[in-house]
Design a protein around this ligand. Sequence first.
Ligand code: URA
Length: 425
Amino acid sequence: MSDSIADIVNGVVDGSLSDELVIDWLRDIFENGLDENSTIFLTKAMRDSGKVLAWPKDWSHLVVDKHSTGGVGDKVSIILAPALAACGLKVPMISGRGLGHTGGTLDKLESIAGFRVDLSINELQKQVGEIGFAMVGQTDSLTPADRRMYALRDVTSTVASIPLITSSIVSKKAAEGISALVLDVKYGRAAFMTEREQAEALSQSMADAANGMGIATSVVLSTMDQPLGCAVGNALEIVESVETLCGRGPHDIEELVCVQAGILLAASGIAENMEEGALMIHNSLNDGSAFTKFLDMVEAQGGNRNDFASDHAMLSSLGLLGDDLLSTEIYTEKKGWIKDIDAMSIALACLELGSGRKTLSDSVDHAVGAIIEAQVGDEVEIGDPLVVIFHREELPDGLSEKISSAFSVSLEQVMVESRISQIIG
Ligand code: URA
């Protein structure tokens, strides 16, 4: 079985297998699944289809990464990577772009003037050695099998298969040469997996594959019903990331950063346990060391650290102060406590205004987005602000009403729950 999987993956990469044959094979996995061992063989073969990064022996055990299945307002990576570097870990983070209602880390970073995400493998490795981390896009030399397989899955509706998602995601992370990985698997109405059972099955499959390849892997299962934090939209999310890197971030974002990064610090032996790791990360957000690492990355990847010297300089360089950027505030017509904010409605409204891509070839408007002003659990009076929308043209008819109806208000006090429902591993 392992030989035949390796042969097929070779045929995918060298082009000796036609699209039709690859599609038949993918469809067979989509319909009939793959057992745990075969999923590990497939993941290894995909990792080995291209270059696998190697790191100096004296710190290769410190090389780690995280992956999120994506959500609305999810800027955790942009805070977690510099905070981990500030605590002594090495993070060669390779991320993706946004599509549909979810944003992408690369699009958020490209809000920063001059920022380059297209580093070569040599540049990536040099930067990780020098400042401890880099945040970049996929390169052609890593996991070429995934590129062809994903493109064929995309056009044949065979993306939603647990073994295929597992091998796609885990092979890309394994090719970074990491020793520990944390997976943030989200479920809920604005997640890739809406049901918790599906998310648990995917978590187990990805953790089994990554652990089976010698990567110490844990999963944080978290809810994605409401937007994460207050900011949705590329440049606005950079502002909120900077706030969090300076110890002033929203509680839900900081909790996810501290828990996921704490797990990685414990897995690499820098912290005794997750709690100690989480405290180290919390301290790095409050003593300026995580923010300094972020500025080091901005400078190393083509941006200007002085753009973050004051709020005015930051907002101006991120394009959030231009005269052509309009803002519309939406107010509540009900009194009570905010019970729910439908992340999907907020994300689709921002997408319609140009903050994201409907198809891969669309361009994004980095300044467009929303700032949520009343969070779940907040008490509101009639006329209190709920959200500010940043947009270029007049809002289309009915959009304000759609955004307003994303907020539910209860007459009874609402308790705020942690987004983390389970930690596996
Ligand atoms: N993201 C990936 O990188 N691969 C998948 O298969 C699904 C989501």
